[in-house]
Design a protein around this ligand. Structure first.
Ligand code: HEM
Length: 209
């Protein structure tokens, strides 16, 4: 069997993981848009609308479950991708583009999950969010400003749900999609450059023989 270099396997694996990441991102975005048809971003309304989505809307429970799985899957695959890329490092501009976009994508995926914490308006989400706000507040200088921006005045209410929903469904989801496309593009470019280098080396070898 042909001896395939370890670094080649890692870089091919990185490209495959980038395709999986982009697919998960697209799945989450599409199911998110479907959820938004019935979801009501208000305190109380969020809980009721999700209950209706899960129990009364045809296939609503499935769309919501797919959205959850794709969102959590995105965090898991993008974290594995960072490790794979680190092990198969190749400091070319295309690799660096993929590396930086990969890290930003992982951070966006975590932020998407974080902003979704309050979106279901359950007891668990509400109190978890209060604890997280307490942690944010102790950040020097910007802590209380961050709390005010996120909550929309300090208290956790309908305005907070609306703020988190906007960040989740517009800012972060569009950002994650763009980053996933740049990430895959960088890795595909790397594969193309490597193929070219390999062909040039083979040509040079056949000339010298
Ligand atoms: C890249 C795109 C997206 C990702 C990765 C993503 C990820 C997530 C995650 C991880 C959750 C929490 C699920 C859980 O309970 O574990 C969530 C919930 C939610 N997302 Fe997204 N989301 C995306 C786009 C969108 C969009 C475009 C919308 C609406 C326009 C949306 C609406 C919602 C809603 C309403 C919830 C709360 C539903 C629930 O708690 O089950 N999402 N999302």
């Amino acid at each position: 069997m042909k001896n395939v270099p370890y670094s080649f396997i890692l870089r091919r694996l990185a490209t495959i993981l980038a395709i999986v990441t982009l697919s998960l991102c697209l799945t989450a975005a599409i199911t998110g848009i479907l959820l938004s048809f019935y979801y009501e971003p208000t305190a109380g309304g969020a809980y009721n609308s999700l209950r209706i989505i899960k129990s009364e809307i045809p296939n609503g429970w499935m769309i919501q479950r797919i959205h959850q799985i794709a969102g959590q899957g995105l965090i898991a695959t993008s974290l594995v991708e960072i490790v794979v890329m680190f092990l198969g490092e190749k400091f070319r501009p295309s690799w660096l583009t993929a590396w930086i976009s990969g890290i930003l994508l992982t951070l966006s995926a975590i932020a998407l999950s974080w902003t979704a914490m309050l979106l279901d308006w359950t007891q668990l989400g509400y109190w978890r969010f209060q604890i997280e706000l307490g942690t944010l507040e102790v950040i020097p200088v910007i802590g209380s400003l961050l709390r005010d921006i996120l909550t929309g005045g300090g208290a956790v209410n309908t305005v907070t749900v609306a703020h988190l929903y906007t960040l989740h469904s517009y800012v972060l989801s569009i950002g994650a999609l763009v980053l996933a496309i740049i990430h895959l593009g960088g890795l595909l470019l790397q594969e193309k450059e490597e193929k070219q280098t390999l062909m040039e080396t083979e040509e040079n070898l056949s000339f010298s023989e």
